[in-house]
Design a protein around this ligand. Sequence first.
Ligand code: 9YT
Length: 128
Amino acid sequence: MILVKLDDVAGSDLDVHGEGWNSRRLLLKDAKMGFSLHDTLIHEGAELHLHYKNHLEAVYCIEGTGSIEDLAKGETHPIAPGTVYALDQHDEHILRAQTQMRMVCVFNPPVTGKETHGPDGSYELVED
Ligand code: 9YT
């Protein structure tokens, strides 16, 4: 069994920052669970253009409000606590945070923790 506490991850090397967000990596690839689990903060006013071409991501908002724009469909959906979005089509999107949003994110395949967003908004696939 693996036990992880957010308090131990926040502010450590497992607290990864990007422009407009930081992600507390609770479980990574090395946990061998088949997915990674992140507690991510999207900072107030952030606008993130993302396109996870190599990963499936599900996101559960537990705090804050914002929206997600599905760029293929041209549709924008509000996000509030209790909302899940699942990028089952590797959907290119823009995430906007009206207030700081706290999101629980799951990635399949799991991220290793070393990925950085490419110019296309994706994370590269890190092989063993
Ligand atoms: C919600 C979202 O995709 N935020 C960008 C960061 C990513 N979730 C991560 O690495 O945790």
